[in-house]
Design a protein. Structure first.
Length: 138
């Protein structure tokens, strides 16, 4: 998944899924707490892969990961207008109250409070990109 999309979440917690992400997310997908105060969004197939990988880990090492991912996960099925209701607890976690930025991050999407995303996006430097490219051998 790729791209950056600016959306508005309404008073009922409904968020419209951008057209360009709909096919990749599918008719059912999962939303859970993410890193850095965002929500992570996975297609059903990707979610099953994550479940399998997490369950394959020793419980002593993965119990907190299991709790974080699975206890906070919500399966979403968009309505006919491709809106989902983001659960209140997840909206509070990610401070989603009006302006939301949805970004594609390869195998997932992320929902961000727009001001928080702007701060994260604005803090990335050319040196950060260069260091990441070095890690990949470019």
């Amino acid at each position: 998944m790729n791209g950056t999309y600016r959306q508005v979440i309404d008073a009922k917690g409904r968020l419209n899924i951008p057209v360009k992400l709909r096919a990749e997310l599918g008719e059912r997908f999962y939303v859970t707490k993410g890193l850095d105060g965002c929500l992570m969004v996975y297609s059903e197939a990707e979610w099953r892969t994550i479940e399998d990988k997490v369950r394959a880990l020793p419980l002593a090492q993965s119990r907190n990961l299991q709790r974080m991912l699975f206890a906070n996960a919500e399966m979403c099925t968009p309505d006919s207008q491709w809106r989902i209701v983001v659960p209140q607890a997840l909206r509070e976690y990610a401070s989603l109250d009006k302006d939301v930025t949805i970004i594609g991050v390869g195998n997932r999407a992320e929902f961000w409070n727009s001001a928080a995303w702007d701060a994260v996006d604005g803090s990335m430097t050319s040196d950060d990109y260069a260091a990441a490219m070095d890690l990949m051998g470019f």
